[in-house]
Design a protein around this ligand. Structure first.
Ligand code: ADP
Ligand code: 5GP
Length: 204
C-alpha cells in the first residue's frame, strides 16, 4: 500500500504501450464501459490488466480472466516477494493488487494496458507513470443510484453492497485527482465520451 517504489522499468520507449486507469466507487459502471471499449474498439489495442484478489469469484468470474483469485497466504507471499506494482486493502480483509509482471509484459508488447483499480491504486499508478498514463474517474449520478445499480447487478450480498456503499462518499472525493471525470448517467453518452478521450490520448 502507499506509493509505488521505483522497482519497475519506466516504459518511456515510444514502442511501448501506454496506460489507461479507470477508477470509481463500486457500481459506477467501470467494468461495463471497459468491456464495451475493448470489444467495440480493437484498434485501440487495449489489454486488461488482470489483478490479484483475495475475494471469492462472483457470478461467472473465472480464475485468470477477471482476476487471479488468491488465498490470503498466497497474496501475502507475493507482497513479501515484492511482486506487486501496487496493492490495497480495498475493503476489510479484501486485498487487491496489480502484478509488476503483468504490466511489464503487456506494455513491452506494445499493448495499452487498462487498469480497473480503486481510487488510491489509480492515483498511485498515475503518479508512477506520469504522462504515459491517462487516469479517468467514472462518476455515478448519486450514491442512491449506486445502490440501485449494485442491487440490480445481483452479484453481491446485502452486506457486501452496504460495505461498498459505505466507502462510496469517501471515494467520490478523489475525483479531483484524476485527469478526467466522466459522469456515467446516460451509459451510451459515457461510453462515447470515454472512447473520444481515450482515442485522443492514444493518438497524442
Ligand atoms: P463497476 O465495474 O464500476 O463496479 P459495473 O460496470 O459492474 O460497475 O456496473 C454496475 C451495474 O450498473 C451493472 O449492472 C451495469 O449494467 C449497470 N450500469 C452501468 N452503467 C449504467 C447506467 N448509466 N445506467 C444504469 N445502469 C448502469
Ligand atoms: P470488485 O470486487 O468489485 O471486482 O472490485 C472492488 C474494487 O477493487 C474496485 O474499485 C476495483 O477497481 C478495485 N481493484 C481491482 N483490482 C485492483 C488492483 O489491482 N489494485 C487496486 N488498488 N484496486 C483494485
Amino acid at each position: 500500500m502507499g506509493t509505488i517504489k521505483n522497482t519497475i522499468s519506466h516504459p518511456h520507449n515510444p514502442a511501448c504501450g501506454r496506460l489507461l486507469i479507470l477508477s470509481a466507487p463500486s457500481g459506477a459502471g467501470k467494468s461495463t464501459i471497459v468491456q464495451w471499449l475493448m470489444k467495440e474498439h480493437p484498434e485501440l489495442k487495449l489489454a486488461f490488466s488482470i489483478s490479484c484478489t483475495t475475494r471469492a469469484p462472483r457470478g461467472t468470474e473465472q480464475n485468470g480472466v477477471e482476476y487471479i483469485f488468491l488465498s490470503p497466504e498466497e497474496f501475502k507471499e507475493k507482497i513479501h516477494n515484492g511482486e506487486f506494482l501496487e496493492f490495497e486493502e480495498v475493503y476489510e480483509n479484501r486485498f487487491y493488487g496489480t502484478l509488476k509482471s503483468q504490466v511489464e509484459n503487456q506494455v513491452e508488447a506494445g499493448q495499452n494496458v487498462v487498469f480497473d483499480v480503486d481510487v488510491k491504486g489509480g492515483c498511485n499508478i498515475k503518479k508512477f507513470y506520469g504522462e504515459r498514463a491517462l487516469s479517468l474517474f467514472i462518476q455515478p449520478p448519486s450514491v442512491e443510484e449506486l445502490r440501485r445499480r449494485l442491487v440490480g447487478r445481483q452479484t453481491d450480498s446485502a452486506e457486501a453492497i452496504e460495505n461498498r456503499l459505505a466507502k462510496a462518499s469517501y471515494e467520490l472525493t478523489f475525483a479531483k485527482n484524476f485527469d478526467r471525470v466522466i459522469v456515467n448517467d446516460d451509459l451510451e453518452k459515457a461510453k462515447q465520451e470515454t472512447y473520444e478521450i481515450v482515442k485522443t490520448f492514444l493518438e497524442g
